[in-house]
Design a protein around this ligand. Structure first.
Ligand SMILES: C[S@@+](CC[C@H](N)C(=O)[O-])C[C@H]1O[C@@H](n2cnc3c(N)ncnc32)[C@H](O)[C@@H]1O
Length: 218
């Protein structure tokens, strides 16, 4: 029996991504725009722990954030729908141990592994309702009990996006609960979530008992 199509927003078209990635190795100018540099810096700075064992970053694009995350992770699985994006990210991270770049699309290629860090940067607003709901479900299932999920999305409307960044973060909060940390300005919103399945049943925002106390300013 065929499934009725979702009545909500349509996903961003395959043609859009083919056209963008047909243009350049860095089609969104991630390597040169101050918006990206500032946002990557804040994203990495907002990670609560100094190191993560195993991270997943779907929609890694040209791999600029991937390279920044590599220095904080023992193993990082970066996924990208575009073969060109996969090649560019592989080249950028070639000298970085523990970075595995795979071709794939969320939600359907969401890996079966579990992660203590999931990074969703500028990727969820391309999905339709079903794709977003399934991605959030897979994220909640694959986040380890002591894990963190960080999400960051552009806020102003963009014609090619299926939905606003604010709507993405509303859906994330509905799925994962209130973020343990948040940053928002006119350009982007960034939320950090702890696992919905916390270690030992403690509250989502409380630190894991297995972690040493965080460094404190003196
Ligand atoms: C705006 S770029 C952001 C790249 C990177 N996350 C960053 O913040 O620099 C979005 C990337 O996600 C990829 N993408 C879009 N939808 C995807 C999906 N469903 N699964 C995997 N990659 C996707 C696009 O090809 C593009 O490279």
């Amino acid at each position: 029996m065929s499934r009725a199509p979702s009545s909500g927003p349509q996903p961003t078209s395959d043609a859009y991504f083919a056209e963008m990635w047909g243009r350049a190795d860095d089609p969104w100018d991630h390597g040169s725009r101050w918006y990206e540099k500032r946002k990557y810096g804040l994203t990495v700075a907002a990670l609560p722990r100094p190191r993560y064992r195993r991270a997943f970053e779907p929609g890694c694009g040209a791999g600029f954030l991937t390279a920044a995350l590599a220095s904080r992770t023992d193993h990082l699985l970066a996924m990208e729908r575009s073969p060109r994006g996969v090649s560019v990210t592989r080249r950028r991270c070639a000298a970085m141990p523990g970075v595995d770049v795979r071709r794939g699309r969320i939600p359907h290629d969401w890996p079966a592994d579990t992660f203590d860090l999931i990074v969703l940067s500028e990727v969820l607003y391309y999905l339709d309702d079903d794709g977003l709901a399934l991605s959030l479900r897979r994220a909640g299932e694959s986040l380890e009990p002591d894990g963190h999920l960080i999400a960051v999305h552009y806020r102003p409307p963009v014609e090619e996006h299926a939905r606003l960044g604010d709507d993405v973060h509303g859906a994330l909060r509905a799925a994962l609960g209130e973020p343990m940390a948040t940053y928002q300005d006119a350009e982007f919103v960034l939320d950090v979530f702890s696992s919905p399945r916390p270690v030992g049943g403690s509250t989502p925002s409380s630190p894991s008992l297995s972690q040493p106390p965080a460094d404190r300013p003196t």
